[in-house]
Design a binder for this molecule. Structure first.
Ligand code: SAH
Length: 392
């Protein structure tokens, strides 16, 4: 393995087991590595400190291990077996009312750059680093070894998640099997999953528990599900006895998926309507008296420098909802931007409530579910935060 030497004193974060090495910390290369190659990291005094994937960019090394070990199929089997064990502990494996869960959550499972979501007997694998792309076949073999006959298909979906500049010519496709069975079951509700063209791995697995909570607030309410994508929250609201449910997304494809999912779960149910419209415009123009609103927008900030504008965006969006929601209404509001902290988000929503002059109580503080674990040494892994609010 090629060796990389850090600048003096730049081993601090690695000593605290943080899994990233930034380009500014790197002193010298013994030999230039290829993108995606496994390298060994040494301190300036030539002591081994970590093994990881090399990539050109601001994060240059993603640490796979703090030991000197080979990154081969046995390594991935070990990591995947632990990840699987964690999901067994949580109770998401072999659960008849739920065949959908996240098996690997990047740094949270000590596999930076890798995401694997399970939909029944299909695993959808996504590489966010060149190293994981290079290792994809080995990972697929390790996955089959660990899950045995619980996985029959492995779909690789990394066309849009890998750095464009690395020019890897990657295509989405099956690494194993090829079933077109595409129904995810979440808490007994059914969803079409579009592996080929859908967002993320085809479904937002991370809102499972928050959707469940919403079900308990839905009885006799007029529900507005903003940024609905495949309609997740809408079906929980319908099952929970909502009076009417309106789903809004600016993407026509998302609305088509939502309608297909209505047909799967509540065929011809007159309570549901879907609108392909911009959320901000919809909130400005709406006249229906909604008393349960969900705001689950895409990440407004993908990088630190976009933070200020993102916070303004959250304030503007939430203010519109506060201005329109009925008295005694419930607002489920989320941010999935990694760079927006819990406190940042709460301040943005607080500002919105003040500007709309509404009296607001926090009922629940929500976060990502346990199958999206956070590595304690990598606080950046905490990305999803939400508030459930009572608006007087
Ligand atoms: N709540 C969804 C996930 C939301 S993902 C779930 O539970 O699965 C964010 C969605 O916001 C995407 O589907 C995207 O198409 C949509 N979107 C992005 N910008 C929008 C806008 N300005 N108005 C309405 N929808 C928007």
């Amino acid at each position: 393995m090629k060796k990389i030497y850090l600048k003096r004193g730049k081993e601090e974060s690695l000593l605290r087991f943080h899994p990233w090495v930034f380009s500014g910390a790197i002193g010298s290369f013994e030999q230039d590595p290829e993108e995606g190659e496994v390298v060994e990291v040494y301190t300036s005094s030539k002591e081994f400190i970590a093994t990881g994937h090399f990539q050109i960019g601001s994060i240059m090394i993603r640490v796979l291990s703090f030991e000197q070990e080979s990154i081969n199929q046995a390594f991935y089997e070990k990591r995947l077996a632990t990840a699987y064990d964690v999901r067994k502990c949580i109770g998401v494996v072999d659960n008849p009312s739920n065949n959908t869960y996240r098996l690997v959550h990047g740094e949270g499972d000590n596999l930076p750059g890798l995401v694997i979501d399970i939909y029944g007997k299909t695993a959808v694998m996504q590489a966010h680093s060149v190293g994981m792309h290079v290792d994809r076949m080995v990972i697929a073999k390790a996955l089959k070894q660990v899950l045995g006959d619980k996985v029959e298909n492995i779909f690789y979906k990394s066309e849009t998640t890998l750095p464009f500049k690395a020019d890897l010519g990657q295509e989405n496709g099956f690494l194993l099997g090829g079933s077109s069975e595409d129904i995810a079951i979440e808490n007994g509700l059914k969803f079409h999953v579009d592996w080929l063209k859908g967002q993320k791995t085809g479904f937002f697995v991370d809102q499972r528990e928050n959707r469940s909570l919403l079900e308990h607030y839905a009885l006799n309410r007029n529900v507005l599900n903003m940024f609905c994508y495949t309609g997740g929250f809408s079906f929980y609201a319908m099952r929970g006895g909502a009076k009417l449910v309106h789903s809004v997304d600016s993407s026509q494809k998302a609305i088509d998926l939502t309608k297909a999912n209505v047909a799967l779960n509540f065929p011809d149910d007159p309570r549901h309507k879907a609108f392909a419209e911009d959320a901000f415009k919809f909130l400005d123009n709406m006249t229906t008296p909604y008393d349960l609103i969900i705001l689950d927008p895409p990440a407004f900030a993908k990088h630190k420098d976009a933070l200020r504008n993102a916070l303004k965006g959250y304030t503007r969006l939430n203010q519109k909802a506060f201005e329109k929601i009925q008295s005694g209404g419930i607002l489920f509001t989320f941010s999935c931007s990694q760079v927006v902290t819990k406190d940042n988000f709460r301040t943005a929503v607080f500002t919105a409530a003040a500007q709309a002059k509404r009296s607001v109580r926090i009922l629940h503080q929500l976060h990502q579910p346990a199958d999206h674990p956070i590595n304690i040494f990598h606080p950046e892994g905490e990305y999803l935060k939400g508030l459930v609010l009572y608006v007087e």
